[in-house]
Design a protein around this ligand. Structure first.
Ligand code: SF4
Length: 461
């Protein structure tokens, strides 16, 4: 089953098809388990650099929640070898091993005097409870079949079921309902798997339908009291949509790189370009390198997709060589929150007659300059590592964030720091849609830390 399509435009489209998921477990059921923390300077980009939006909390507020989630879920890594890492507890698992691809590319970073460290991965280095240890076979983005990777199907969902949670599989919430005064929500309407409409009443409602669908659901929940949609009195729902602008560097090396070995998210990381967000005129944004992801001939980030320009005998010759000598890495860069990057409702409708989401997303010149600088650096690193040939892929969007941003007041944000909607006291939102800024790190660890903080706040109140 797939969700309703999402329409897109802009000079860097959000890539909803590849960056979101649909079904039990949500987008994280197929995520890559790359779990770095946001840095301290990611939380105050408006007040420090005059760009985008500030968070209503800082790193020190979120740190204990990062620590608690990593203890509960398990992260492999080596905190001591990450000179850029903000303060936090050491990782509970040893780093995963380095394979040939990582060894080969590391030489290029060392030649340019850039430090690398094992990627912090929410993947078991050793068996833990019911979950197995990683086999390094690189099927992570297919939804790790043995439970070594921390996706919700093996982490929090079993605990939720044990506590009495019930899931209506393949159901789709279509509207959030509120009381006559418009101060509290009273439940939701949803379509079951057969398309039959239901209403369910609730004391508390948490929307966790990921970035774009959360915004669409609020906009589609129009009422007499809220003609522009729930939580949208100030025309903020859907705005400040964020991605991580990214570029991939590919190369062929004389050494055997064994590119199928390891995990999809990569073996090594480099955040040497993270701290200085404005390294020169006309540039803005941190970026990180994720190095030596395990690839198959034809998977999403696989070998064939690195050369979509060749066919027939040329592709055959390339694949035979690349299967043994391929290397790749990705630069993941910071976006700037812009009000005009937004989710709106389309005139086109889904099968149930509800307006589809339309996402507009542009990057501006300072972000483009950063991604171009990263691309040039990546090519230099691959040449220094001894690549016989190397090339860059097209600029692309990784991850989707923003659209229902948190903040300190209703005039500038949709929710407070716990994800509680400013306008409706018992309506909460969860997920990366809350992020006022993107940083340049993968968002899932931060999503978990925020969710745990919100859950305990709700229990305590
Ligand atoms: S490589 Fe990925 S899919 Fe394979 S066991 Fe490890 S985490 Fe799971």
């Amino acid at each position: 089953m797939v969700g309703a399509p999402v329409l897109e435009d802009g000079n860097l489209k959000v890539g909803h098809g590849g960056n979101a998921g649909w079904g039990t477990g949500g987008s994280a059921a197929h995520h890559y388990a790359v779990w770095p923390r946001l840095h301290e300077n990611d939380f105050k980009v408006r007040s420090t650099y005059g760009r985008g939006l500030d968070w209503p909390i800082d790193y020190d507020e979120l740190r204990p929640w990062y620590d608690r989630v990593q203890a509960a879920v398990g992260i492999s890594g080596d905190a001591a070898s990450e000179p850029w890492r903000p303060p936090g507890d050491p990782y509970p698992h040893a780093p995963l091993p380095l394979f040939a691809q990582g060894e080969v590319i590391r030489k290029g970073f060392e030649a340019l005097d850039m430090r690398v460290a094992p990627i912090p991965l929410a993947i078991n280095a050793r068996p833990e409870g019911q979950r197995a240890a990683c086999l390094y076979d690189g099927w992570c983005d297919s939804g790790c079949p043995i439970g070594a990777l921390a996706n919700p199907l093996v982490t929090y969902l079993p605990k939720a079921f044990a506590a009495g949670a019930e899931i209506r599989h393949r159901a789709t919430v279509t509207r959030v309902l509120h009381d006559a005064g418009g101060h509290r929500v009273t439940g939701v309407e949803y379509l079951d798997a057969a398309g039959v409409n239901h209403r369910i009443r609730a004391q508390q409602v948490v929307l966790a339908a990921f970035t774009v669908q959360n915004a669409r659901l609020l906009l589609n929940s129009r009422s007499e009291r809220y003609p522009q949609g729930l939580g949208n009195r100030h025309d903020l729902v859907g705005r400040y949509l964020l991605v991580h602008p990214a570029t991939f560097i590919y190369g062929l090396f004389s050494e055997e790189t064994q590119p199928a070995l390891g995990v999809s998210g990569g073996q090594l990381m480099c955040q040497e370009r993270y701290a200085d967000k404005q390294p020169g005129p006309g540039r803005y944004g941190s970026y990180q390198w994720l190095i030596a992801g395990a690839v198959k001939p034809n998977d999403l980030l696989g070998i064939a997709n690195s050369r979509p320009d060749i066919f027939g005998p040329a592709l055959d010759a390339f694949m035979r060589r690349a299967a043994r000598h391929f290397g790749s890495m990705a630069a993941v860069a910071e976006d700037i929150a812009l009000a005009d990057n937004r989710v709106t409702l389309s005139v086109h409708k889904d099968a149930a007659g509800l307006p589809l989401a339309h996402c507009h997303h542009d990057i501006t010149a300072p972000t483009l300059a950063t991604i171009e600088a990263a691309e040039a650096e990546g090519m230099a690193i691959f040449r220094a590592a001894g690549a016989q040939e190397c090339w860059a892929g097209p600029h692309t969007a990784m991850h989707i964030m923003g659209g229902t941003v948190m903040g300190s007041d209703s005039a500038s944000s949709v929710t407070d720091s716990f994800g509680r909607c400013h306008d409706l006291e018992n309506l909460f939102l969860a997920g990366p849609g809350l992020f006022p800024s993107s940083g340049a790190v993968n968002p899932t660890f931060t999503v978990h830390a925020l969710a745990l903080r919100t859950a305990e706040h709700m229990l305590g109140n």
